[in-house]
Design a protein around this ligand. Structure first.
Ligand code: FE2
Length: 441
C-alpha cells in the first residue's frame, strides 16, 4: 500500500528557487536509489503488496501529472494516455486503474520509456514553475510539496519492495555492500553487548497532539487537539534481535495465550516461526538484508515483525506496546536524529551506546503502536481526489511511528503517522515496549 497524505499546512520553501531545488533533489534521489539495480530487477512483483521498481518510478511521476499538470498546465500532454490507467494507484475519482497484483506482468512501457516519462514530467513541472505568476505559484507550490513527500514515501517502498524481490532469488543478489567505514555488515563473530533496557517515566494528564504551527504535514496529522493520557513508561530503546530470539526459543510462536486471535490465525496460515527474512542455518539465525545474507546481529533492533508479533512479544515480556499518543508525548522536543536512508546503511543499526534516555526513537525501525489508525477529532478529508490520499484508509490498520533506516530524515516529524494492516511485515517494522504506570519504574 502507499500511505500518503496531503498538505493542509503552510509550506516551507515556497520561495521559487528553494522549491525547484527541493524538486530536483528529491526526484534525483529516487533514481539514485535505483543505481545498484539491473534492468531485469525493475520489473518483478513478488507479492500483491510489492510494486515493481519501474512502477514506483512511473507512479511518482504520474502523481505530478494528475494533481499538478492536469490542473494547471492546460497544454500538457502525457506521453501515452494509458499511463493514467497504468500508474494511478488507488484514486477512484480519477478513473479506472490497472489491477494492482498484476503490476509485475507489465513488460511495457519499458524501463527506458519510464525514465523518459520522468524526464517529460520534470520538464513540464519546471516549465510551469518558470512561467508561474504569484497566483499560480501559490496554488502549485503546495501540490509540488505534496508530490515530493509522496515521492519520499515511495522511495522507502521502493527499497522495501526490491528487498523482497531480491530475497526470493536463489542467487541472493545484493542491493548494496556496506561502505568500507561501516562495520555493521561484518559481524559474524562480533559480540556487541546489548545496552540494558531502561524505563523512562512520563507524567500523564491532558496533553496536546497532532500538528500545530508551520511546516508541511499530512492531513491525517491534524487537527491539533487534546487527549488524556495516563502516566506511563516507555522503554529506552527498541527490542533487539537477540531479545526476540529468546521469545522464539521460548516457543513464543506456539503459545496460544500470547496471541491475538487474528494473529494466531495468520501464524498458522502462513507458518510463521520467526520474523520475515529469518532462517536458521547450522543452529544460527541468518536473515536476508539489502546487503545480502548475514548472520543476525543480536544487538540490532529486531525488524520485519507484524503488529501481531510485536504484541505477542510484549505480552510474553509482561508489558505492552505504546499508544501513538504516548509515543508522540515522549518524542516532544527531541531532535529527529537516527539511522536513515541518508546514512546508506539500508538496515537497522546496533545500539552500542551507554547513554541514558530515549534512544533510536527515530530511524532504524518503524515502531508499532497499539493505536488503530483513526481520524483525530474534527478530521475531515480534503475535497476532491486528493482527499483519497489518507482518509479512506482509516479502518483495519494500525499506526506506526518514528521512521526507519529506509526513510529520509527530512520526511519525518513527531506527529507523523504511518499506518499498515496488522499482518504486514515487509516494511522495516519493529517493537518498543511500554508499561502502564511510571511508578513501577
Ligand atoms: Fe502513491
Amino acid at each position: 500500500m502507499d500511505s500518503t497524505g496531503q498538505p493542509t499546512g503552510v509550506v516551507p520553501g515556497s520561495n521559487l528557487t528553494d522549491l525547484i531545488g527541493q524538486y530536483q533533489r528529491v526526484r534525483a534521489f529516487t533514481e539514485e536509489l535505483c543505481r545498484p539495480l539491473q534492468t531485469e530487477d525493475y520489473v518483478i512483483q513478488t507479492m500483491p503488496d510489492v510494486s515493481p521498481t519501474k512502477w514506483h518510478l512511473a507512479h511518482t511521476s504520474w502523481f505530478f501529472e494528475a494533481f499538478l499538470l492536469a490542473e494547471h498546465q492546460p497544454s500538457y500532454a502525457s506521453p501515452d494516455p494509458l499511463y493514467n490507467y497504468l500508474f494511478n494507484s488507488y484514486y477512484i475519482q480519477i478513473g479506472e486503474r490497472f489491477h494492482r497484483p498484476d503490476r509485475g506482468l507489465l513488460s511495457r512501457p519499458t524501463v527506458d520509456e519510464v525514465y523518459r516519462y520522468r524526464r517529460h514530467v520534470d520538464e513540464a513541472v519546471l516549465t510551469l514553475l518558470d512561467a508561474a505568476d504569484e497566483q499560480l505559484l501559490a496554488k502549485a507550490a503546495p501540490v509540488i510539496i505534496l508530490g515530493l513527500h509522496h515521492e519520499q514515501q515511495h522511495q522507502e517502498l521502493l527499497l522495501t519492495d526490491i528487498k523482497h524481490v531480491l530475497s526470493v532469488n536463489p542467487m541472493h543478489p545484493v542491493y548494496a555492500r556496506p561502505a568500507a567505514t561501516d562495520t555493521a555488515g561484518v559481524k559474524n563473530d562480533a559480540h556487541v553487548a546489548i545496552p540494558p533496557l531502561q524505563w523512562i517515566a512520563f507524567e500523564g494528564g491532558l496533553k496536546e497532539f497532532g500538528h500545530a504551527g508551520e511546516g508541511f504535514f499530512y492531513d491525517n496529522e491534524g487537527p491539533h487537539h487534546q487527549a488524556f493520557v495516563q502516566p506511563f513508561a516507555l522503554a529506552s530503546r527498541p527490542v533487539t534481535a537477540g531479545e526476540y530470539m529468546e521469545f522464539i526459543e521460548d516457543d513464543g510462536y506456539q503459545r496460544a495465550e500470547l496471541w491475538l486471535s487474528d494473529g494466531a490465525a495468520v501464524v498458522e496460515a502462513e507458518g510463521w516461526s520467526a520474523p520475515l527474512y529469518w532462517k536458521k542455518v547450522d543452529g544460527r539465525w541468518h536473515h536476508f538484508t539489502l546487503r545480502g545474507w548475514e548472520s543476525v546481529d543480536t544487538a540490532e533492533p529486531v525488524t520485519h515483525v507484524s503488529l501481531y508479533e510485536a504484541d505477542a512479544y510484549a505480552r510474553w515480556k509482561g508489558w505492552r506496546l505504546p499508544s501513538e499518543f504516548e509515543w508522540e508525548l515522549a518524542a516532544d522536543g527531541l531532535p529527529v536524529h537516527g539511522n536513515f536512508v541518508d546514512d546508506n546503511r539500508y538496515h537497522p543499526a546496533e545500539n552500542a551506546t551507554t547513554a541514558r534516555g530515549l534512544q533510536q526513537l527515530y530511524g532504524d525501525v518503524w515502531e508499532w503502536t497499539r493505536s488503530p489508525y483513526a481520524p483525530y477529532p474534527g478530521y475531515v478529508p480534503p475535497p476532491g481526489a486528493v482527499g483519497e490520499y489518507n482518509g479512506k484508509f482509516m479502518s483495519s490498520q494500525m499506526v506506526l511511528r518514528g521512521g526507519s533506516c529506509a526513510s529520509s530524515r527530512d520526511h519525518l516529524r513527531p506527529t507523523y503517522r504511518n499506518f499498515f494492516p496488522p499482518h504486514a511485515r515487509w516494511q522495516f517494522m519493529g517493537i518498543r515496549l511500554a508499561q502502564d504506570s511510571g511508578d513501577k519504574v
